[in-house]
Design a protein around this ligand. Structure first.
Ligand code: G3P
Ligand code: MG
Length: 246
């Protein structure tokens, strides 16, 4: 049976402040297979790691990332909202993350956050970094914006892309061919039957589901035969994968 990939969502974000170097280091420590993270652009065009377009939820700042320079953002605390004991964590740059992860032999899933804000040239910026750190073979770029995934392929056909979606699509194995992407990254609730996964797998398409945090859902996704599971709790998933001998 093919190994199911254990992919840490925003790093080990169940316990540590999401999308911080601490969360990435802790994900590496639990020896998961990959890390998913979110990329936004600052006012001065620096690629930074943050889930929301705005700063309030995960940092002590406020307003839109796109309205700040990186220097301004670098002063914010990205740990304190999770817990006071994590105070001092910063918003990482994409460079910082890739420099750390490049030689860890892990899947690197870079999600472009360009559904709400159309960051100019985010595709070019991120693909340049993929080459700068030599991670082409281990990297998949994903987005809810499928026009952006088409653009990535136009820029570089060898870059792997993943289509994020929340709703139940009708025959996603057909849609992905139309878009020209490599993998499907659905919300796990959009994958509710064996038939959906079988149709996808019959076309040799990879399917990585997000965000699966409960044990029962992890077991269900494993039994459906997905390729990867994106989770806030890579420790929990690791135990289940060991128990289920996968
Ligand atoms: O890439 C999987 C997942 O992260 C997509 O949703 O909102 O958590 O970035 P979100
Ligand atoms: Mg994400």
């Amino acid at each position: 049976m093919k190994k199911i990939l254990n992919i840490a969502h925003r790093g080990f974000s169940g316990i540590y402040p999401e999308n911080t170097m601490l969360a990435f280091e802790k994900a590496v420590e639990v020896q998961c297979d990959g890390i998913e993270t979110d990329v936004q652009l600052t006012k001065d065009g620096v690629a930074v790691i943050c889930h929301d377009e705005t700063l309030e939820r995960s940092t002590d700042g406020s307003g839109f990332i796109k309205n700040y320079t990186y220097l301004e953002l670098s002063k914010l605390d990205a740990g304190i909202k999770k817990d006071h004991k994590f105070s001092g964590c910063r918003i990482p740059t994409l460079d910082e993350f890739l420099d750390y992860i490049k030689d860890k032999n892990m899947l690197i899933n870079l999600e472009l956050k360009n559904s709400i804000i159309q960051y100019e040239n985010i595709e070019e910026v991120v693909i340049d970094k993929v080459y700068k750190y030599g991670i082409q073979a281990n990297c998949i770029i994903s987005s809810f914006n499928h026009y952006s995934m088409v653009k990535c392929k136009e820029l570089d056909n060898s870059i792997k892309t993943g289509l994020l979606y929340d709703e139940i699509l009708y025959h996603p194995e057909k849609y992905i061919k139309y878009v020209g992407a490599d993998a499907l990254h659905p919300n796990f609730q959009a994958v509710y039957s064996k038939e959906i996964v079988e149709n996808i797998k019959s076309k040799n398409i990879d399917i990585n589901v997000y965000t699966v945090n409960e044990e029962e859902d992890m077991i269900n996704m494993i039994s459906l035969g997905v390729d990867g599971i994106i989770t806030n709790y890579p420790d929990r998933l690791k135990d289940i994968l060991l128990r289920t001998n996968i």
